[in-house]
Design a protein around this ligand. Structure first.
Ligand code: ATP
Length: 397
C-alpha cells in the first residue's frame, strides 16, 4: 500500500516564515490528488516535504507503512517530476530515462527493458537515441515522466510539470498524464496554481491558502459546495459573482433586486444563524436569458416567479464562445468586497475572466438575443445561489 498520510504537518523556515500550518491529509493508495492555490500558499513546500527535499518542522508524514519524516529522499521511494524537467543535456533520451536505475545499480538488461516499456507507454520509442535539445517541449516533458515511471515508485510527485508548455500542448499533456496515472494506478500528488488543471486531472483537489488547507474534495464537490468565499472564488472560470445583500423577510435585497429564497434555503440560513448582511454568490450559469426561457416554456408555465427572480441588465460586453455567450454587466452597488475576494482579484494570473472590476458575468445560451449596449432580461436560478457570511467567509448554504 502506498497511501500518503500527513498529520498536522507544519513547515517553519529558518527565517521564521510559517509556510505550511497543521496540514492533515490522507491520500489513498492509487489516488491522484492535486494541491492547488495561489502563489505562496505552501503547495510546493508541502510536496517537497513529502519528497524529502524539505524537512518537516513538526507533524508526521507516512508513505505506505513507514513514517518517513527522517528518511532521505532516495529512501522514500517516490519519484519527482519538476517543471524544468531537469533532463541531462548530454545524455540521450534512453540514458536520461534509465539514469535513476543506473544510480540504483540495476542491471543493464532490466534497465533496457524498463526504459523501452516506458518509451512505449509514452510514445517515445522513435526518439530514444535523441538528445533533449532535439525534442519538442511536450516530448521533453514525457521523458521526464518516463524517468519517473521506470523506477516504479510508490508515488509520483509532480510540481507544475506542464507550466513550461504552450496552452494547446498543456491540454494534450493533461489528458495524457491523466490516462497514464489511471493506467499505472500509482499514487500521485500534483501541484499546480491552475484551477482548470486541478479540476480536470485529479480524483480529489486540495485547495490551499496561506499555508492552510481550505477544502479537500472532488472537483464537483468543490464546484457545487465550496466551503468558503475563497474556494468559491478560486474554483470556476469565469469566477463566481459575489454581491452584497441584506437578508430580510425571507428574501435577499441585492443590487440585482429582491431575490427570494426557497424553503430549503430559508431554513438552512435560519438554522445557521445567518447575519443580516451577507454575500450572495452566483456562478455565471445561475443566470438565464428570461426571454429564451419564456420561448421554451411556451405552452407550459413560464418558470419566472419567486424562485427565479427576473431583472433587466444592460450588456457592457458580450463574448461569444460559439456554444455559450458570456455577457458582462454592471450591478448598481457593485460586487462584494472582502479580504479573500481582494486577494483573488489581485492575483490576476489565477483567473481568465474578462470581467472588469465591478462587473457581473452571466453565461447564456448561444441562442440569446442579447446585444452589447442593449438591455437584456435575465432570470436567476436561486437553487444555484450560495450565501456567505462576510465576517468568516463561510458558506452558509
Ligand atoms: P508558487 O506557486 O509561487 O511556487 P507555492 O504555493 O508553491 O507558491 P511555496 O513555494 O510552498 O508556495 O511557499 C510558501 C511560503 O513559504 C511562501 O510564503 C514562501 O515565500 C515561503 N518560502 C518558501 N521557501 C522558503 C525558504 N526557503 N525560506 C523561507 N521562506 C520560504
Amino acid at each position: 500500500m502506498a497511501e500518503i498520510i500527513l498529520e498536522k504537518v507544519t513547515k517553519r523556515f529558518p527565517d521564521g516564515a510559517l509556510a505550511v500550518k497543521d496540514v492533515d491529509l490522507a491520500i489513498a493508495d492509487g489516488e491522484f490528488v492535486i494541491l492547488v492555490g495561489p502563489s505562496g500558499c505552501g503547495k510546493s513546500t508541502t510536496l517537497n516535504m513529502i519528497a524529502g527535499l524539505e524537512d518537516i518542522t513538526h507533524g508526521s508524514l507516512r508513505i505506505g507503512d513507514r513514517v518517513v519524516n527522517d528518511l532521505a529522499p532516495k529512501e522514500r521511494d517516490v519519484a519527482m517530476v519538476f517543471q524544468s524537467y531537469a533532463l541531462y543535456p548530454h545524455m540521450s533520451v534512453r540514458e536520461n530515462m534509465g539514469f535513476p536505475l543506473r544510480l540504483a545499480k540495476v542491471d543493464k538488461g532490466t534497465i533496457n527493458a524498463k526504459v523501452e516499456e516506458a518509451a512505449r507507454i509514452l510514445d517515445l520509442t522513435d526518439h530514444l537515441d535523441r538528445k533533449p535539445a532535439n525534442l519538442s517541449g511536450g516530448q521533453r516533458q514525457r521523458v521526464a515522466m518516463g524517468r519517473a515511471i521506470v523506477r516504479d515508485p510508490k508515488a509520483f510527485l509532480m510540481d507544475e510539470p506542464l507550466s513550461n508548455l504552450d496552452a494547446k500542448l498543456r491540454v494534450q499533456m493533461r489528458t495524457q498524464i491523466s490516462r497514464l496515472q489511471r493506467r499505472l494506478g500509482t499514487t500521485t500528488v500534483y501541484v499546480t496554481h491552475d484551477q482548470t488543471e486541478a479540476m480536470t486531472l485529479g480524483d480529489r483537489v486540495v485547495v490551499m491558502r496561506q499555508g492552510l488547507v481550505q477544502q479537500v474534495g472532488t472537483p464537483a464537490e468543490l464546484y457545487d459546495h465550496p466551503r468558503n468565499l475563497f474556494v468559491a472564488g478560486f474554483i470556476g472560470s469565469p469566477a463566481m459573482n459575489f454581491l452584497n445583500a441584506t437578508l430580510e423577510d425571507g428574501a435577499l435585497r441585492s443590487p440585482l433586486g429582491d431575490l427570494s429564497l426557497d424553503d430549503r434555503m430559508r431554513q438552512v440560513l435560519e438554522r445557521r444563524n445567518a447575519p443580516r448582511e451577507v454575500i450572495v454568490g452566483l456562478r455565471p450559469e445561475a443566470f438565464e436569458d428570461a426571454s429564451l426561457s419564456r420561448d421554451r416554456d411556451r405552452g407550459g408555465m413560464f418558470r419566472g416567479g419567486p424562485e427565479r427572480p427576473v431583472f433587466t441588465a444592460t450588456v457592457d460586453v458580450l463574448e461569444s464562445l460559439g456554444s455559450d455567450v458570456y455577457i458582462y454587466f454592471t450591478a448598481e452597488g457593485g460586487p462584494a468586497k472582502t479580504a479573500e475576494l481582494e486577494e483573488l482579484a489581485t492575483d490576476s494570473g489565477l483567473r481568465d475572466t474578462g470581467a472588469e472590476a465591478g462587473q457581473i458575468v452571466a453565461r447564456l445560451d448561444a441562442a440569446t438575443r442579447a446585444r452589447e449596449g442593449h438591455p437584456v432580461e435575465l432570470q436567476i436560478d436561486m437553487s444555484k445561489a450560495h450565501v456567505f457570511d462576510p465576517a468568516t467567509g463561510e458558506n452558509l448554504t
